[in-house]
Design a protein around this ligand. Structure first.
Ligand SMILES: *Cc1c(COP(=O)(O)O)cnc(C)c1O
Length: 473
């Protein structure tokens, strides 16, 4: 299996190079040259597999010989041993044919762990084989940072630098990052906004001399390997609920379009899916697109589901590539127009193809709070605000009540305790492994919003680790 860029001007790469490269050099995103495909019989044969064994079956066709099967098995075993249940993504039936899949049983309580926990041991394996060291630099508005830190901590061939906006992440999110004591973990509390953090990271990657010298690597959701890890739980859910005999629908609280694109990939691989419902908060660029065929940027509005406070859903480019029948010059042209004008439109036939399987719904903060309160009153269970948006649209936009519907629960309620308490009157407690989070010592490195200052900090810390440019000890 080889990987091509959605914009057609970057070299074709193997799986391990795609892992380390992240963004393609032409500004595009890597996608598989063709979709692996499972027959109905093959999917049926997965029904009794454990999550780890299923992960091996689903991921293996993407590896293309870059990693030996036995090594891949050990990597998957390591990846999913830090979840608080062997099921990794347990499903509960709320009412007849209405399901919730909990994706927050990993170390940092959000679904990002499912991909990041896989990335950690995978990086280790690939870097050790090549005798290389990388510096991961990433910006976070909260959840990605802690998931990446947990996945990469204490790994010899990696230094990880996470930029977050000083004073603008929740206490739980900050503590999940700033209390980690590991020699290769470095957090940066940037005196700026999340956009400043992202701009700084982009500027670091665009400084090619710095990028090459430090061997910078990216773990944001444009990294193809994160999508691969997320495809697994769509098969897992469908097998529990209906597949391969019948189809299934999914409702996905969406920001960067990474999670739901993994579902679409599962569908392309043979999984019978009737409908994907994209749930958004007031930042509804995707919903407006599904309604009108016009993608148009507006200002970001802060909400109680901050991990979806996004205007540019980077992974949508991968879907566009498929909608345009893999015409990379069309994708490149469209995305260029989008950058210049802040909008693009697709033809009626492309919109019709999109709508065949995608729907979108938006929920205001008030509606989301009401759903959390109502769900708590009915079931005694608390939902985090992102999950509540997903469940809400799974009900309002469901096309066919005889097709099972799986709503994805993307975060544990304790990750957003203030919002959950305001909605339900109940303060969600942290699970046992994090119960002492507020007693741990914090190390906060406040850095001015200044590129040279950030670059200096990274050079300093990575150098102190004394491994740059050479082999790991
Ligand atoms: C990241 C995140 C999302 C959005 O996922 P995308 O893959 O960016 O669409 C939704 N909910 C939570 C809790 C998240 O952390």
């Amino acid at each position: 299996m080889k990987y091509v860029s959605t914009r057609g001007e970057a070299p074709t790469l193997a799986f391990d190079d795609v892992l380390l490269t992240g963004l393609a050099r032409d500004g595009g995103l890597y996608v598989p040259e063709s979709w692996p495909h499972f027959s109905t019989g093959e999917i049926a044969s997965f029904a009794s597999l454990s999550y780890k064994d299923l992960a091996f079956q689903v991921v293996q066709p993407f590896i293309g010989g870059a990693i030996a099967d036995a090594d891949l098995k050990s990597i998957i075993d390591a990846a999913y041993s830090h979840f608080d249940t062997d099921e990794v993504a347990p499903l509960t039936e709320l009412s007849d044919g209405e399901w919730i899949m909990e994706l927050f049983h990993g170390p940092t309580l959000a679904f990002k762990d499912i991909a990041m926990q896989f990335l950690g041991p995978l990086f280790d394996h690939v870097l050790a084989a090549r005798d290389e060291h990388i510096c991961i630099v990433a910006a976070t508005s909260g959840d990605t940072g802690s998931a990446a830190i947990e996945a990469c901590r204490d790994r010899n061939n990696i230094d990880i630098f996470i930029l977050y906006p000083h004073g603008r992440v929740s206490d739980v999110q900050r503590r999940q990052m700033a209390t980690v004591v590991a020699p290769n973990v470095h957090t940066i509390a940037l005196q700026g906004t999340f956009d400043d953090c992202q701009d700084t990271v982009k500027a670091l990657f665009n400084d090619l001399a710095f990028r090459d010298r430090m061997n910078l690597s990216a773990v944001n959701s444009i990294n193809w390997v994160r999508i691969v890890a997320q495809i697994v739980y769509y098969f897992w859910a469908a097998l529990k609920v209906s597949a391969p005999a019948g189809s299934v629908s999914f409702a996905v609280p969406t920001g960067n379009f990474g999670n739901v694109f993994a579902g679409y990939a599962a569908h392309r691989m043979g999984l019978p899916v009737e409908q994907f419902i994209v749930g958004t908060n007031a930042n509804d660029i995707l919903v407006r697109f599904f309604e009108s065929g016009i993608m148009e940027i507006e200002a970001v509005v802060p909400t109680i589901s901050p991990s979806m406070d996004i205007q540019i859903s980077s992974n949508f480019e991968r879907l566009l590539f498929e909608l345009y029948d893999r015409d990379s010059s069309m994708v490149a042209r469209t995305l260029k127009a989008f950058r210049l004008d802040g909008q693009f439109a697709v033809d009626a036939d492309i919109l019709a193809r999109t709508r065949k399987i995608f729907d979108g719904g938006r929920y205001t903060d008030n509606q989301t709070r009401a759903l959390i309160a109502n769900h708590y009153a009915k079931t005694g269970e608390l939902l985090d605000p992102h999950t509540a948006v997903g469940l809400a649209v799974s009900r309002s936009h469901r096309r066919n009540s005889s097709t099972p519907m799986v709503a994805l629960a993307t975060a544990h309620p304790a990750k957003f305790p203030e919002a959950v308490e305001a909605a339900s009157g109940v303060y969600p407690g942290l699970p046992a492994h994090m119960a002492d989070l507020f007693d741990r010592d914090e190390l906060i490195n406040v850095i001015p919003n200044d590129l040279a200052a950030v670059r200096g900090f990274i050079e300093d810390r990575a150098k102190n680790a004394d491994r740059i440019g050479g082999a790991a000890p």
